[in-house]
Design a protein. Sequence first.
Length: 88
Amino acid sequence: MTITSKIAAIALATVSVVGTVAAPVLASDSAGFDSNFYLSQLKYDGINVIDVNDGWNGNLIATVKLDSGKTVFQYFDKDSLQPINLGR
């Protein structure tokens, strides 16, 4: 094997491995919304969040389990993660 063919083989193997690792990440959210990031950030802030979905106007919709056991939707700003009061 020549040096050029060895380099080509290594490059091909690297691209194959990187493509295999990156594919599930890209497939999980094609719109660029990383629910796992927001989920972990809200949990870090002490919120018992079960699920997070992309909202509208820069908001998140979080499914939160309260201390009473009741599950509710709560809305948060994507940038500050501050709760949003919808005027209810």
